[in-house]
Design a protein around this ligand. Structure first.
Ligand SMILES: Cc1cc2nc3c(=O)[nH]c(=O)nc-3n(C[C@H](O)[C@H](O)[C@H](O)COP(=O)(O)OP(=O)(O)OC[C@H]3O[C@@H](n4cnc5c(N)ncnc54)[C@H](O)[C@@H]3O)c2cc1C
Length: 522
């Protein structure tokens, strides 16, 4: 031990970050009889990217609580099939949520309301082709493609001039189907893993998305989980602890924070977002090996920005029985394409609240500019959508800057084109006694709250096993110094974090559905 390390506070396991992953990992340690841990968290709160804020005003003058980050429980449960653990938590902790109806949508362009919803049918059939093709790519160990090529091969070509179809309408429809979920374009996203991500969630659990509007905020479920194993003012949860350095060795892990406090443990679980790792917000000693750094730089961190507007509730100008409003910009794909109404009987009726969502480059652009500029751009769009209507000035306006938030640097991860499962495994693999967990580490549920939950549980169990067996039952996770162009079908197994079958088809929850999708391709 160096002199400085000898003064460190000691524990058996350090859990770095108190989002859904970190809290699930710490709870798993507790369930395995391991109480000697410390959770270190940057923020003054628990929940990570499950985060809400006050916005606007209710009739009594108090604010609404709206979600800046995660908002939907994505995939619930089909009959007595597998259940999304996030759905289970929302039920357990009575977190208010309602079915989000993606069929409740009106479409617009720069001339006002125009119905181009029939394009969704074309997209549906191309999507099915791309899905089946993805199964084939995976099963036959073929080179991955972009989701764009998958859609094109399925006959969906939004830039092509087709009789009666405006490319801007087609692009808005496509954004609604793809970018709204992945926070990246189909060009930038893996065909294979976009399908895996979608199918394992929506075909395995259920196709429903429930929208959380609980006035405690969606993080209530993470807070309640933390309370289930931590005492009041538990000294094992240290908020406002900004970690600057992580030193790892075969004997243990030492962590330093900005206020020059250090902690030393036998093991550590780091749950920082991919964005935090990519932005070098934390230094590692020794520096990360090249296979780990390569994995960190290879995967993508998306930006998904919700922009909130409250209008005078008695001057609401949109249809309050509709949930979504899709706008096709004539000039730029992804220009304030989706508006969502919270002034709806299922959410906050009478609130006058509408929010727009932008992702990727459009999100970076909006996040880099002043509120007033963004507000003017949005108001111009709304005036096009409702040409013969007087649209009042919003009485409140607000949006987060995810791309520069220092504890997140982005919203959630995405799988780029042509990266294999084994390359992804390098993102997950431990370095000596330092383990990594988090939403981005799950090869199937990446980008979702439940991805973080499952990784937290798996890594928590692994580390508990290491501590309890005093290292005897502790083997390094698989890692690959050299990664090749594809991953063999036989290598899709738990050692690479692949714990559920990804070939499920809608409505089928049994793992033997694998052959159904593949058979259609052969
Ligand atoms: C805008 C947006 C919309 C989303 N929508 C959905 C959705 O509808 N449904 C869904 O399922 N998922 C959604 N997600 C994704 C979901 O929020 C994440 O997958 C999940 O919250 C990640 O949890 P995590 O614990 O892995 O990471 P995090 O929640 O990021 O937790 C990591 C923790 O580490 C802390 N930390 C970071 N750096 C340091 C440091 N240097 N020192 C100490 N602590 C540090 C952070 O403060 C954070 O609390 C969305 C995310 C965003 C941002």
């Amino acid at each position: 031990l160096s002199v400085s390390q000898s003064k460190c506070r000691k524990t058996k396991v350090l859990v770095l970050g108190a989002g859904i992953t970190g809290i699930t990992a710490a709870k798993t340690l507790t369930e395995n009889g391991l109480d000697d841990f410390i959770i270190l968290e940057y923020q003054d709160r628990v929940g990570g990217r499950a985060i809400s804020t006050n916005f606007g005003q209710k009739a009594d003058g108090s604010p609404y609580v709206v979600e800046l980050g995660a908002n939907w429980i994505q995939g619930l449960q089909t009959e007595d099939g597998p259940e999304n653990p996030i759905w289970a938590l929302t039920k357990q902790y009575k977190v208010s949520n309602t079915f989000s109806d993606f069929d409740s949508i009106e479409t617009f362009d720069e001339t006002g309301p125009v119905d181009y919803t029939s394009l969704f049918d074309d997209l549906d059939s191309a999507w099915v082709e791309a899905e089946q093709d993805a199964g084939y790519i995976l099963r036959e160990n073929l080179l991955d493609r972009s989701f764009r090529s998958g859609l094109s091969l399925g006959g969906w070509k939004p830039r092509r001039q087709l009789p009666g179809v405006r490319p801007s309408h087609a692009q808005a429809a496509e954004w609604w189907y793809f970018d709204f979920e992945y926070a990246f374009s189909p060009e930038a996203s893996s065909q294979q893993y976009s399908v895996v991500n979608y199918n394992t969630t929506f075909y395995r659990f259920s196709e429903e998305n429930n929208f959380v509007w609980d006035q405690r905020g969606i993080s209530a479920m993470v807070e309640e989980e933390a309370d289930s194993f931590l005492g009041q003012d538990d000294p094992r949860l240290l908020l406002n602890s900004i970690i600057t350095n992580i030193t790892y060795t075969p004997k243990g892990v030492t962590v330093h924070t900005t206020n020059d406090i250090c902690f030393q443990a036998q093991y550590a679980i780091c749950s920082f977002s991919l964005g935090v790792l990519q932005n070098d917000a934390v230094s590692f000693s020794p520096p990360l090996p090249s296979w780990k750094q390569t994995a960190i730089e290879t995967f993508q961190m998306g930006t998904y920005t919700k922009i909130f507007l409250q209008f005078p509730p008695d001057q609401v100008f949109w249809n309050t029985s509709t949930q979504f409003f899709l706008y096709a910009s004539p000039n730029e794909r992804g220009w304030y394409p989706v508006f969502q109404s919270l002034d709806h009987e299922d959410f906050h009726p009478g609130s006058g609240i509408l929010f727009a969502t932008v992702v990727s480059d459009q999100a970076h652009r909006a996040e880099a500019q002043d509120d007033e500029v963004t507000k003017d751009e949005i108001m111009a769009v709304l005036r096009q959508m409702y040409p013969n209507t007087t649209i009042p000035e919003p009485i409140d306006f607000m949006y987060p800057r995810w791309s520069t938030t220092p504890w997140s640097y982005g919203s959630y991860s995405n799988w780029p084109v042509g990266v294999t499962l084994k390359s992804h495994q390098n993102l997950r693999a431990n370095l000596d006694r330092l383990y990594f967990a988090g939403e981005a580490g799950h090869p199937q549920f990446f980008g979702f709250l439940h991805g973080g939950y499952f990784e937290g549980k798996e890594i928590g169990e692994r580390v508990a096993g290491c501590v309890i067996s005093r290292g005897k039952n502790c083997t390094d996770m698989a890692r690959y110094e050299r990664t090749t162009g594809t991953t063999e079908f036989e290598e899709y197994h738990a050692e690479h974090g692949w714990d559920v079958d990804s070939f499920e088809v809608a409505g089928a929850v049994a793992s033997d559905s694998l052959n159904l999708t593949v058979a259609k391709n052969l």
